[in-house]
Design a protein around this ligand. Structure first.
Ligand code: SAM
Length: 334
């Protein structure tokens, strides 16, 4: 097997992809029900004792850091519904080797937590927002919290988060007429913008594929109004970035469906229940929680993670097997 973890500090999968990034879900619970993510009325979330404790989370991330992971993004579900999230942030920031800790949120609870999270050590923020229209926000998310999201964004900017990126799912017939409005909103407030193609994850994700639109169409729309200058954004991940000429805002296109980027995948996902997912679009996974609670030591944990990497699939198969991923996006951590 050509799987390597060259001694202590790098995780390289059998296809030579170096893993230096963990998406860490701290809860599968969410205070929104975006129609492409969770079914209406869904409540079948994990139980408290099924979630990794902060001690367990810190330990697993510490072992990842010893294996060369440098970047962690906290996600969910909605991470801000997890109690004392800033306490966890402080502990992860302090881990030797972790030099980039960021957060994805829907921003509903952000206004009251922004200051504590920023002080605890998070600088980079992704906020999911698919529309700037209150009525559509309710249709898409099943919730009336649009104003709280805007408030959260403004407070986040005030307390110093930078960059702040808006993640907007491109949804034909739902928000495809807001592409330019969203770009203008981001320019006005100094945010970056990332468009994302909808993926057939879970039953809700599959229903949403009827609203799928390739981002080439979004780009064409944007180019009627803006000059997009190709560029790179630090920590940019799989998005292809452009600077909007004459502004401080970048636009990224994340195209898992029309142009996947699996050959450069650098990440794994740890779900709130302590399952290590090797690919967002496949079911290959290793449950770490039972091992942690059986008392494995750090070296055994390290070996388990190294071995798990041998399971990392070459790529997702969203196009060939759209029915394949049965778990919801909120359970894996988007
Ligand atoms: N609650 C946090 C948030 O809103 O950013 C983090 C979790 S949420 C699951 C992360 C991202 O996943 C969001 O930007 C959301 O739009 C995206 N997402 C959820 N379901 C999706 C799907 N079926 N296809 C593509 N993206 C999806």
């Amino acid at each position: 097997m050509n799987m390597q973890s060259s001694g202590t500090n790098s995780l390289i999968d059998p296809l030579g992809r170096r893993i230096d990034y963990v998406r860490l879900s701290v809860t599968d619970k969410c205070n929104l029900r975006c129609f492409y993510c969770l079914p209406k009325g869904y409540r079948d979330f994990g139980k408290r004792e099924e979630y990794l404790t902060f001690d367990e989370t810190e330990r697993v991330i510490g072992v990842f850091a010893g294996l060369g992971v440098r970047r962690v993004r906290i996600t969910g579900g909605e991470p801000l519904v997890r109690q004392d999230l800033s306490g966890l942030v402080g502990r992860l920031v302090a881990l030797p080797g972790i030099d980039d800790l960021s957060l994805s949120t829907n921003a509903v609870l952000l206004a009251s937590q922004a200051e504590a999270l920023h002080s605890a050590g998070i600088q980079r923020l992704n906020v999911s927002l698919d529309t700037l229209r209150r009525d559509r926000f309710r249709q898409i998310t099943g919730n009336d919290d649009f104003d709280r999201v805007l408030d959260g964004l403004m407070v986040a900017r005030q307390v110093g988060f930078s960059p702040i990126k808006i993640n907007m799912l491109a949804l034909k017939g739902r928000n495809d007429d807001e592409v330019i409005d969203m770009a203008e909103f981001c320019i006005e407030h100094g945010f970056s913008l990332r468009f994302i193609e909808t993926m057939p994850i879970g039953t809700a994700g599959r229903v949403a594929t009827r609203h799928y639109m390739p981002l080439s169409e979004v780009r064409t729309q944007l180019e009627t109004k803006f000059n997009l200058i190709p560029g790179v954004m630090p920590g940019g991940g799989p998005a292809r970035y452009f600077r909007i000429d004459g502004s401080n805002s970048d636009i990224g296109f994340i195209t898992p469906i029309s142009q996947h980027f699996c050959d450069t995948c650098n990440r794994v996902r740890l779900s709130a229940d302590g399952t290590l997912h090797l690919c967002l679009g496949q079911e290959h996974a290793v449950p770490l929680r039972p091992l942690l609670r059986q008392g494995i030591d750090d070296d055994q944990l390290r070996q388990t993670i190294i071995h798990a990497l041998t399971l990392k699939p070459a790529r997702h198969e969203f196009n060939e097997k759209p029915e394949q991923v049965i778990r919801f996006m909120s359970s894996t951590g988007g």
